[in-house]
Design a binder for this molecule. Sequence first.
Ligand code: G16
Length: 543
Amino acid sequence: MNIQVIKTTPYSDQRPGTAGLRKRVKIFQQPHYLANFVQSIFDTLGDVKGKTLVLGGDGRYFCREAADIILRMAAANGFGRVIIGQGALLSTPGSSLIIRKNKALGGIILTASHNPGGPDGDFGLKYDASNGGLASEKMTEAFYKRSQTIESYRILEAPLTNIDALGVSQLGNMKVEVIDPVADYAVLMQSLFDFDLIHNLFQSGFRLHFDAMNGVTGPYAQEILERKIGAPAGTVVNQIPLPDFGGLHPDPNLTHAHDLVELMYGSNAADLGVATDGDGDRHMILGRRFYVGPSDSLAILTANARLVPGYRQGLVGVARSMVTSQALDYVARKLGIDYYKTPTGWKFFGNLLDAGRITFCGEESFGAGSDHVREKDGLWAVLLWLNILAVRRESVEQIVRKHWAEFGRSVYMRHDYEGIELKVADDLIAALRRSLPQLSNRSFGRYRVALADDFSYTDPVDGSVSSHQGIRIEFADGSRLAFRLSGTGTTGATLRVYLERYEPDPARHNDDTAAALAELKQIANEIAGISQRTGKEKPDVIV
Ligand code: G16
């Protein structure tokens, strides 16, 4: 088998976003595009001789072709072993676990997360470091820099490796180990949760409807929920990972998980409804005719963590992204534990988790996780909910309402304005940034500005500073607005506007969310000139 050195030229657009390089499939299919980026990663890593790499993805279109290229490049670059999920499947949290368990140098995850798949959809590639967490900004910037000067890449000339049969084979001087993607993960979940108690919950007639949206979580959920715990067959639907997600948009929110939403608001609603995304790190929670926002969910899981075997000793601390609601902070204060605010992006939790400063973390973008891995984990969150429900034997709605009664309700919404021209979006943010000094102390109706800044984060562990992480405007009564541009889209720009108001009065906890935030929405429009600049009168997606 020959190692080929292929001449290439740089592509200018290989700067990773919030979670890796995400582009249209068609872009990734351009000659040498994928190989250029993979070689840039390998070059940045330095000495990879004899090291172990983990490889897998969410099964979307182009995953198998990409896996073959990466296997041959890993062999040509001197890796000693690649551990790959059968059929090139590994969920994002699953990969994180395999990297950690095998003390691998890192892992490449082939996914564009919750973005649509298929030949006309999106593809993506992200690198997880040896701690099982997303490569740091410093590292991804180094990948990008390298991609801008690349002149050649190394690849083994070899027939297609069989990645469908479990076992070890040889590719040049490198071992390829095809593993069951689910086995180790199932063992870890069993060590954290009380499967017998959850089994009893199902025995009592409790119904779960788990929509895996034809993403990678299906096999994990079926094995753990139906086979190990004993939930009725058929509990998990859309359980087979498909290259185009069966035409679904595997984004677990109220807009895209519409079948689940219809079922949970219908007459035959289950007790708990959940959906997960393409690569299994995001999730959405619904009770019977009741939506649980991700920020609330994170706060509730934190408040109830001690009910679950894996967290019985309590949590050391918690963290949320700045734009996530403050519901978590109220719980942390009451528990007397530390809480941190990070920029958007799971990678910012990595140092806090590694340093043992936090046990739980989460984001408004349908992500929650703990120190069991270094990625967010959809199925873990569902099992945590199930374990809590099995202990408390109350409905999802009762649990949420009691939580609000105890801590107050953080009424919260995110408005997404999609497909904005890049320049229009950049100008809007730039103008907003310029206007910050004039906003201090200004009043808008009953809201007086207490703080207006561009969020900057100093990592408490390594002291690194990340600036320009979102414009935030906080009002004297604790309400707030935040604005940022999405870092995960592939066409145009998406403006995200985050609105939050604190409501301590239980008599008002039933208020309609949109109505409760209507005034703040107007203020956001006034401050940022959204409709004037984008021509949009209303958001495209509300979550
Ligand atoms: C990724 C990151 C998340 C982040 C989200 C936000 O999620 O892993 O930590 O909250 O992006 O995306 P945006 O920049 O579009 O607001 P995922 O699930 O896409 O990997």
